[in-house]
Design a protein around this ligand. Structure first.
Ligand SMILES: C[S@@+](CC[C@H](N)C(=O)[O-])C[C@H]1O[C@@H](n2cnc3c(N)ncnc32)[C@H](O)[C@@H]1O
Length: 248
């Protein structure tokens, strides 16, 4: 079976010990109870444990050493905490458009208590205004095939708006190439996606590159990944200007 989002999300077990055992006062209990419900919102996607290290190895070469990374469609939030932990010079901004995903990202963030991961923001890539106005890199993992083509258009249009020249847009997932699937498992995954939503489906790399080029991106690299996925790196044309994203 190809990698990426194949198995759906599962709820992570709550930590051991009751909230009452930690209670020192009613106010504290309320804090703990709120904390517990945040933690129990933490979801897991089995694919993340398989793909996060290969993706991280690529990101180490693609991302700047400092600056703000906007992660689109963070899903469970497991990638966000893993990458933020491994890349401490970066400030990681997770996002998603789905409220359940936002709760899960928040719960993983609370668990890990990392200094360089921001509160998740609600971000639908098709919106004309994004809640993040400037970033040093945009990362989108396993999103464009599990959304209508308009989401790919929104992603590339939005990334072009917020990335300074020279900064990277990183995509990961399965792609067709030359209009053909690259593996039978990707063809089966594509058919499954389309049966769930006819507007979803594995995208052709040529179509994505053409769109990106029209929005001022150069295609820098196509990196084969495990389980018939690709990492694809684009950069905004022009002079490199890294590490200087300002807060909105
Ligand atoms: C398959 S999950 C991938 C999650 C995570 N990146 C991963 O690899 O585990 C696809 C994600 O895309 C998000 N998504 C779908 N359409 C979107 C849109 N228009 N804008 C932002 N996120 C979107 C969904 O909410 C979901 O969290």
């Amino acid at each position: 079976m190809p990698g990426g989002y194949r198995g759906g999300w599962a709820r992570q077990e709550s930590p051991r010990g009751s909230a009452a055992a930690l209670m020192g006062s009613i106010a504290e209990f309320e804090d703990v109870r709120e904390g517990m419900s945040r933690l129990s919102a933490a979801l897991t996607a089995p694919a993340v444990a398989r793909n996060r290290e290969p993706i991280l190895a690529v990101l180490r070469n693609v991302l700047p050493t400092r600056g703000k990374v906007l992660e689109i469609a963070s899903g469970t939030g497991e990638h966000a905490v893993h990458f933020a932990c491994a890349l401490p010079g970066l400030t990681w901004q997770p996002s998603d458009r789905d409220p359940q995903a936002l709760r899960s990202i928040g719960a993983h963030r609370d668990q890990r208590q990392l200094p360089n991961i921001l509160e998740p923001v609600e971000l639908d890539v098709t919106a004309s205004i994004w809640p993040v106005g400037l970033a040093d890199a945009v990362v989108a993992i396993n999103m464009i095939h599990i959304a209508p083509w308009q989401a790919t258009e929104g992603l590339i249009r939005g990334a072009a708006r917020i990335l300074p020249q020279g900064c990277p847009l990183f995509l990961y997932g399965p792609f067709k190439e030359g209009g053909e699937h690259t593996a039978p498992s990707n063809a089966a995954f594509d058919a499954d996606l389309r049966s769930r939503n006819p507007d979803w489906g594995v995208r052709d790399l040529g179509d994505v590159c053409e769109l990106a080029s029209a929005h001022g991106f150069d295609v820098i690299e196509r990196i084969p990944m495990p389980a018939n996925n690709l990492s694809v790196v684009f950069r905004k044309r022009g002079d490199v200007r890294l590490g200087d994203a300002k807060e909105d």
